[in-house]
Design a protein. Structure first.
Length: 318
């Protein structure tokens, strides 16, 4: 439990004093009391789990027509045509279903390659690179799509009219220089899997901890001087879109607690950390009174009016 003066501007809670009681107060001291329930809401053992995810976005970057988008089409084109133009695929997965304390132990990507209208006797090596630049999936359809609208990706643009560092994306600027995985895929038709690698696991672990940096992967032919290697990969618009299989363990969630209290005029700003799921803040005029949820704010912080002589706050698992 924490207690602070109303005119305190910045305060970081000290270690809890077992002998302190917030219930004894003087009318002349103008005290604002806050109740902070710090608890761990998960078991103290690590649990193993698996999850299969479908892409939330996928599209093609097509050099043959650098201003088109194919984000709504039934396949993603990847490889090099007989006329020496490249196509690269982008795939992004939503990882928010994994707990924030997940530790990825294995990950693999499976793709379905439909039948081609040409002979495809052997597979070829593909490279999977972590994307560094955000991009817009788009909605265009057709084997060569149509002109990219605002916010849609094409060979020239990550999100029209924003351009890639170089057409098709530049290694080291728009996607990582080194691939996270390499795998022979093909011939078509068939289902093929990119096996787990330490770098692939690192990508996922980074995105779990930094979801704003999750821009997915680029899949491209490793040697883009190798002609007539272009293939179709079933997109998320079909029942056979890519599948990301993740195996992970989840240990105890970080301790849920208030981390700072700050007065801002007639408001109080509360910040907290920890927990393994969504958290809500509740307020009461008395500890034994009726608790009401405080609306608004953002993840990990909330601002609330100081309206009473004293107010109590608590964190609660939603």
């Amino acid at each position: 439990m924490l207690r602070i003066l109303k005119n305190l501007r910045n305060f970081v809670p000290p270690a809890r004093n077992p002998g302190f009681s917030p219930f004894s107060r003087s009318r002349n001291s103008a005290l604002l009391a806050l109740v902070c329930f710090s608890a761990i809401f998960s078991a103290r053992v690590s649990l193993s789990a698996v999850i299969d995810l479908r892409p939330v976005a996928d599209t093609t970057l097509h050099e043959v027509n650098p201003s088109i988008n194919m984000g709504g089409h039934s396949h993603v084109a990847i490889g090099v045509t007989a006329k020496n133009t490249s196509a690269r695929g982008l795939f992004r997965f939503d990882l928010t279903a994994l707990p924030v304390n997940a530790v990825v132990t294995s990950a693999r990507l499976t793709f379905t390659l439909p039948q081609l209208n040409r002979a495809d006797p052997t597979g070829s090596l593909h490279a999977l690179h972590r994307m560094l630049t955000p991009w817009g999936e788009g909605t265009k359809v057709g084997n060569l799509g149509s002109a990219a609208a605002a916010g849609e990706a094409s060979w020239n643009h990550s999100a029209n009219p924003t351009a890639w560092a170089a057409p098709g994306g530049e290694a080291g600027a728009d996607y990582t220089m080194e691939p996270s995985a390499r795998q022979e895929l093909g011939p078509a038709p068939g289902d093929y899997t990119i096996d787990s690698t330490p770098a692939l696991i690192d990508d996922l672990q980074h995105w779990i901890q930094n979801p704003a940096e999750n821009h997915g992967w680029m899949l491209k032919h490793e040697d883009e001087t190798d002609l007539q290697t272009a293939r179709q990969f079933a997109s998320r618009e079909t029942a056979n879109g890519a599948v990301l299989h993740i195996e992970y363990t989840a240990g105890p969630a970080p301790e849920l607690r208030f981390t700072s209290i700050e007065r801002a005029g007639t408001n109080i700003v509360l910040r907290w950390s920890g927990g393994d799921s969504s958290v809500k803040v509740e307020r009461s005029i008395e500890v034994t009174g009726v608790w009401q949820e405080v609306a608004g704010g953002e993840e990990g912080a909330i601002t609330n009016n100081i309206v009473e002589f004293h107010q109590f706050y608590r964190l609660k698992k939603d």
